[in-house]
Design a protein around this ligand. Structure first.
Ligand code: UD1
Ligand code: CA
Length: 479
């Protein structure tokens, strides 16, 4: 075997400074979200997955926000940011990255921040093709029946890429060309900086076009064109394209989960953020949405219309339809939630807990096997194991100024329609009578009543009727 030459590491530039005029938005295009991540995250992720380091993101519009968002999404990634103060074109944008790429002598991949479906495998293919051909430049191209909006690839007499012409600069004949520039390149660093210095702005848009690199490279050695799947390379320039890319991402997520053993009853009606995990043999009913850092264990069932954000579910949890979890929240094995439960931040529901319809929990721990099956509000509560919370029970955790805690011991029984005025402690095994307003501590093992004593007047109805009849007779006699 021939000794393998040590390859110079790959660096990458992501172009993300543009405003995205066609989005008609107050938010920079690359910050618009797809599956819970900003648009630019996808290109950065593909570059990182292809092994690029550093990855330089060229920012301009809302630069601080774009940088902050990407750094918080990818805290450990080798990211650098370069500022392009004025957006004078894609070549101008890459020039802005020069300082951030000092010392880089190997191949530089260039990606658009608005192309979210590109895979790392495709990027690697472009990088490898340039390496193999030892060409100054490789570019991704695709064949489109409807090439509108893209730069067209003009080939020379020998079929080699000679230049790219942007639509606005193209002749009618050139506009007929269906092979277009996908906007993904890999260039040799030395060539890149030399060529960029020679790119001018004499064109229909008065911009510095990165696409001019193709003609500049062709003078030295033919650039390599790598054909890629148009689906992967399609850009997001307006809201319709954003929605279409979102659909493709959702389909990919659903397929990956199904391959990993998750049942998705109607994949077209399932929404799932990047990074969400779902265990095998979990069944997902239609219209479920999983967001943020949600992790669902194996063998769970997620009922129709449920929305889970930042929720961590142990195996075997049943979420009945139309339940909302606004985490961070954890749910123990075998717990049953819903239908129509609302689990808010700081809820920790242990193994075997039942939380039923119209029950809201917030910053509340429910111990093993505890139940609150109907119409309850549990906020700032620490509830032990095996506790039964009756229908209509609420914790009065807020006095208008501060939040207070309610503590309920193991095995306690809270009768229906109880009002628990916090701060409050109810001991283990204690009983609270239905309809009570409890304001003082209830010791373990005791029974607390907090309601008016019932009064029974026997024979009251008959006496009342007799009185009425007498009054009627008296009235007649008087006439
Ligand atoms: C570009 C290509 C076109 C190709 C298409 C593929 C050029 C001149 N044209 O066109 O050949 O078919 O991509 O999707 O390159 N950006 C900056 N700074 C700037 C200008 C742009 O950072 O000054 C960024 C944008 O934010 C965007 C990316 O570069 O993420 C591409 O710019 P865009 O204006 O969308 O280029 P296209 O018209 O799509
Ligand atoms: Ca674009």
């Amino acid at each position: 075997m021939a000794p393998t030459k040590k390859r110079a590491p790959l660096a990458a530039v992501i172009l993300a400074a543009g405003k995205g005029t066609r989005m008609k938005s107050g938010t920079a295009k690359v910050l618009h979200e797809l599956s819970g991540k900003p648009l630019a995250w996808y290109a950065v992720r593909a570059a990182l997955d292809a092994g690029a380091a550093p990855v330089v993101v060229v920012v301009g519009h809302q630069a601080a926000e774009v940088e902050a968002r990407l750094r918080s999404e990818l805290p450990d990634a080798p990211l650098r940011f370069a500022l392009q103060v004025e957006q004078k074109g894609t070549a101008h944008a890459v020039r802005a990255a020069r300082q951030a790429l000092r010392g880089v002598t190997g191949p530089v991949a260039i990606l658009s921040g608005d192309v979210p479906l590109l895979s790392a495998a495709t990027l690697k293919r472009v990088v490898a093709a340039r390496g193999r051909a030892r060409a100054p430049l490789a570019l991704a191209t695709m064949a489109l029946a409807e090439p509108r909006g893209y730069g067209r690839v003009v080939r020379d007499g020998r079929g080699r890429p000679a230049r790219i012409v942007e639509e606005k600069d193209a002749s009618p004949a050139e506009r007929e060309i269906q092979e277009v520039n996908a906007g993904l390149y890999c260039a040799d660093a030395a060539f890149l900086w030399k060529a960029l210095a020679r790119v001018g702005s004499q064109n229909a848009q008065g911009e510095f076009y990165l696409t001019d690199l193709v003609a500049l490279a062709a003078r030295r050695a033919a650039p390599v064109a790598v054909e890629v799947d148009p689906l992967e390379a399609s850009g997001v320039n307006d809201r319709e394209e954003l929605a279409r890319a979102g659909q493709v991402l959702q389909r990919r997520r659903a397929s990956a989960l199904m391959r990993a053993g998750v049942t998705i009853e109607v994949p077209e009606r399932f929404l799932c953020d990047e990074g969400v995990e779902v265990g095998p043999d979990t069944v997902i009913e239609p219209d479920v949405r999983l967001r943020g850092a949600t992790r669902v264990g194996a063998g769970c069932r997620l009922g129709q219309g449920s929305v889970l954000a930042d929720a961590v579910l142990a195996p075997g949890v049943t979420v009945r339809p139309y339940t909302v979890i606004e985490g961070p929240a954890t749910v123990g094995a075998g717990a049953i939630l819903g239908p129509f439960s609302r689990i808010r931040p700081g809820s920790e529901l242990a193994e075997g807990v039942h939380v039923g319809n119209f029950v809201e929990t917030k910053k509340t721990r429910l111990g093993k096997g505890s139940k609150a099956n109907h119409l309850a509000y549990l906020g700032d509560a620490v509830v032990g194991a095996g506790v039964n919370v009756g229908a209509g029970t609420i914790t009065c955790n807020y006095d208008g100024e501060k939040k207070h805690e309610t503590r309920i011991g193991d095995g306690a029984f809270i009768g229906s329609d109880s009002i628990l005025v916090a701060p409050l402690e109810i001991g283990a095994g204690a009983y609270v009578a239905a309809g009570s307003t409890i304001t003082k501590a209830v010791p373990p093992g005791s029974l607390a009543f907090g309601r008016a004593q019932q009064v029974v007047k026997e024979g009251w109805v008959a006496r009342k009727q007799a009185e009425k009849a007498a009054a009627r007779r008296g009235a007649k006699g008087g006439r």
